[in-house]
Design a protein around this ligand. Structure first.
Ligand code: GLN
Length: 300
């Protein structure tokens, strides 16, 4: 892992830091962190693995886990399971498909998932539940929502607002759009470091059980389903290329983090803020490609 950190730190093709909100635009692009959490509970880290970053769309994995735990397979009446071939915030498919988002990882799909979580709770409590879930999974009480990121997401989130209103018009949001958006913006604004996020994702590598506590988070079957969606849809229109280069279920976020799963072996987080044109961490992908190759971790 140290060799990979050293190698990627020399690379020039670092991509561009997300600049749609100041809190992300000012993140130092030279940072790189890597953490591996094994299914037998060992944690390894390298580089800036203890620097917190905005988890952004990686939160969609955890909100999906909670929604599946709450309503099970009936979720699939409201969200599809196919890759979109479009960017995370593309609007074009949603009207064609009559308000049923292609998958839970593009933004409209994640909004429907968040709506499920809101069905029995108020917005503030729902944010609290998501945060508590992340704290329990990572064993870290310090995890917080970055309020500056959450309010900037709200101030600039016009496409997400459009998605939520369109979903509502199709009858695929039960709560008011502003409640769904408020929770979604806060889940995206959760700040975690590579080690915390690798621990939190451990259950996906360990057939649904948290490797630290041994407690079941979801059934082994649901963990397999979530991994399959991460493989096919986790990097938006870059999902095919990621499967080709790395070959692991994984989910990216515009904060530059990537959570990858080596089933039965480990959860891995790579973080570097510079993004490629599809909004996925350029060095994060490069590092995971090197790690998967050296460890022979591709599932293919
Ligand atoms: N907050 C961002 C959005 O909703 C998250 C996108 C992402 O990480 N891909 O647009």
């Amino acid at each position: 892992m140290d060799e990979i950190s050293l190698e990627v730190s020399k690379r020039r093709d670092r991509g561009r830091v997300a600049d749609y909100i100041p809190a992300l635009a000012r993140v130092d692009p030279s940072q790189f962190g890597l953490a591996v959490f094994t299914t037998d509970g060992q944690l390894f880290s390298s580089g800036d693995a203890h620097v917190a970053f905005s988890i952004q769309s990686i939160s969609k994995v955890f909100s999906l886990t909670m929604a599946l735990g709450s309503i099970g397979d009936s979720l699939w009446r409201r969200v599809g399971r196919e890759p979109s071939g479009n960017s995370f915030n593309s609007i074009v498919l949603l009207e064609h498909e009559k308000g049923i988002p292609r998958n839970p990882f593009i933004n409209p799909g994640a909004l429907v998932v968040t709506d499920v979580l809101l069905s029995s709770l108020a917005p503030r409590e729902t944010i609290g539940e998501i945060l508590q879930f992340m704290r329990v999974l990572s064993g870290s009480e310090q995890i917080l929502v970055d309020p500056g990121v959450a309010s900037a997401e709200k101030a600039t989130g016009f496409r997400n607002i459009a998605h939520a209103n369109f979903l509502k018009s199709c009858g695929n949001l039960l709560s008011p759009p502003e409640h769904v958006l408020g929770v979604y913006f806060h889940q995206c604004a959760i700040a975690m470091d590579c080690t915390q996020l690798a621990r939190a994702g451990g259950f996906l590598a360990a057939a649904g059980r948290n490797p630290t506590t041994g407690l079941s988070v979801v059934s082994a079957e649901k963990a397999r389903c979530i991994n399959s969606l991460m493989m096919t849809c986790g990097h938006y229109d870059g999902s095919g290329d990621f499967a080709f280069r790395v070959g692991l279920p994984s989910k990216s976020g515009v904060g530059g983090g990537i959570l990858a799963v080596v089933p039965g072996v480990a959860s891995v987080v790579a973080w570097s803020p510079g993004l490629n044109t599809q909004g996925n961490s350029a060095l994060g992908i490069a590092a995971l490609e090197m790690l998967a190759r050296r460890m022979n971790w591709s599932v293919f």
